[in-house]
Design a protein around this ligand. Structure first.
Ligand code: FES
Length: 192
């Protein structure tokens, strides 16, 4: 090439297109301290526990109580299992005493008719004595001293097909002062 061509021809330089910049590497920054994770778990456990408790209370509220309460009906053996006098063997379990006389067997509901305490049977004195305010009852549960207003109630009793005594403390016979005595009503005693 001569010098004239060198002056007239522009010099061409070819550049390769620039490559797009690579995205910056994503740096993991969620470095939650372990103490926060633990706190979060405790909060969730507390919330879940509270919700479960409220749910159970809700369900319990609508359940009929009769399912959970003990039955007022129970068997206490045969009349031949009881000697004359007062038998206290069912006091703890059923809150009753069984009294047998020369011709009857009946069940006294062991609740003082003054304010509802449980009297004690004093065998040596042949009487029930209430520890709360001193009411006294004879061996048939009839009050004779202290503030009790009437004899202790008696539970319904009957014999089943096998000759076992069935007691129903859901049905009580009473003798309120000045009113009719229910202690001779059918169901208030078994003839022996
Ligand atoms: S409760 Fe028995 S005397 Fe008062």
């Amino acid at each position: 090439m001569d010098s004239a061509d060198q002056l007239s021809a522009p010099s061409v330089t070819t550049k390769a297109p620039a490559k797009p910049a690579a995205p910056a590497a994503v740096v993991e920054t969620s470095s939650d301290p372990p103490v926060n994770k633990m706190r979060r778990r405790i909060v969730w456990a507390t919330v879940a526990g509270s919700l479960i408790t409220f749910f159970l209370m809700f369900v319990r509220f609508f359940l009929p109580r009769s399912i959970l309460e003990p039955s007022p009906l129970f068997r206490i053996g045969s009349p031949n299992d009881y000697a004359l006098g007062v038998d206290t063997k069912w006091q703890q379990q059923y809150r009753i005493w069984v009294t047998r006389t020369s011709d009857r067997l009946f069940v006294i509901y062991a609740v003082c008719t003054h304010l509802g305490c449980t009297p004690d049977w004093k065998a040596s004195e042949n009487k029930f004595k209430c520890p709360c305010h001193g009411s006294g009852y004879d061996s048939e549960g009839v009050n004779f001293e202290g503030p009790a207003p009437r004899p202790m109630d008696r539970a319904k009793v009957e014999l089943d097909a096998e000759g076992q005594i069935v007691v129903d403390i859901g049905k009580l016979y009473k003798w309120p002062k000045g009113e009719r005595n229910e202690f001779d009503d059918d169901g208030s005693f078994i003839r022996v």
